[in-house]
Design a protein around this ligand. Sequence first.
Ligand SMILES: C[C@](O)(CO)[C@H](O)COP(=O)(O)OP(=O)(O)OC[C@H]1O[C@@H](n2ccc(N)nc2=O)[C@H](O)[C@@H]1O
Ligand SMILES: Nc1ncnc2c1ncn2[C@@H]1O[C@H](COP(=O)(O)OP(=O)(O)OP(=O)(O)O)[C@@H](O)[C@H]1O
Length: 287
Amino acid sequence: MTTWPAPAKLNLFLHVTGRRADGYHTLQTVFQFLDYADELTFVVTDDGRISRAAPVAGVSEERDLTLRAAHLLKERCGVTRGVQIHLAKHLPIGGGLGGGSSDAATTLLALNELWGAHLSIPELAALGLKLGADVPVFVHGHTAWAEGIGEVLTPVEPEEAWYLVVVPPVQVSTAQVFAAPELTRYSPPLTIRDFHEGRGLRNDLEPVVRSRYPEVDRAMRLLAEFGAPRMSGSGGCVFLRVTDADRGRQILERIPKPFTGFVAQGLNRHPLLGKRGDSSPWGVAKR
Ligand SMILES: C[C@](O)(CO)[C@H](O)COP(=O)(O)OP(=O)(O)OC[C@H]1O[C@@H](n2ccc(N)nc2=O)[C@H](O)[C@@H]1O
Ligand SMILES: Nc1ncnc2c1ncn2[C@@H]1O[C@H](COP(=O)(O)OP(=O)(O)OP(=O)(O)O)[C@@H](O)[C@H]1O
């Protein structure tokens, strides 16, 4: 039985640039993967049923993005076989690290192979977008500059730096953050060059989250003693770029309970890239 990783992502910066007619906000962000991941295993069955091998704390069956991804692919491709999905959850839920979206993307990629569904990478990404704005970047598998609501992707190659990620004991509601009246909604657009030159490295969602979740504010203040921390996505996880893994662990030792955390390296390629028959990260899967 093979284990399929579903890595975390960081938003290296995030600007809200507008609001669409459907209420969703347009963004500019850079997604970079981390070598820190959930692990999924899939047992294909002949009975056509889609099930979980075990409950996932805090995620009901109806909401579980792995099950929803499997149903979506099954219906789209008329698959008759079923699957039992086992998720070893390591990423914090509702932490801004994209864990649920990554689990969904890995499920689509794995079942596309295991069920022989033969969808291309762009087709899988379009299917994934129905589940969440962050799913396509995980399906495409390359660190990316993102616009739209996060689905218009351009591959970029930032340094694969080391990061200390601190996890405050909160689950932030993404919907509530985007609904906040005080949110900065019209940041002027940046260029990819601005990003590479280090301009605009802030998260527009951060002030809203810090004012509503004191634990996130405290995590930012704790890390500010060691550098310039930022929040990922809609929080609450915050991260600090560090020179190497040892330095990250040294700082983590000084972060008090109830905060937890981990040290991980940025990855410009998804760990499944290359294992799924597509040599070009942006191309259509070869069959
Ligand atoms: C902020 C990010 O974490 C950046 O990576 C993501 O865009 C959030 O994506 P996500 O967790 O998949 O969020 P979704 O489940 O798609 O959205 C939850 C809710 O947040 C609001 N929302 C989300 C994303 C977005 N670009 N604009 C929004 O206004 C919408 O009200 C939406 O109903
Ligand atoms: N397999 C899953 N893992 C985690 N969350 C899941 C999963 N399936 C559904 N969810 C639901 O999705 C919501 C968001 O979870 P997730 O961990 O992806 O948030 P996040 O890290 O804040 O993501 P983002 O950065 O995309 O905002 C949670 O409310 C959770 O109930």
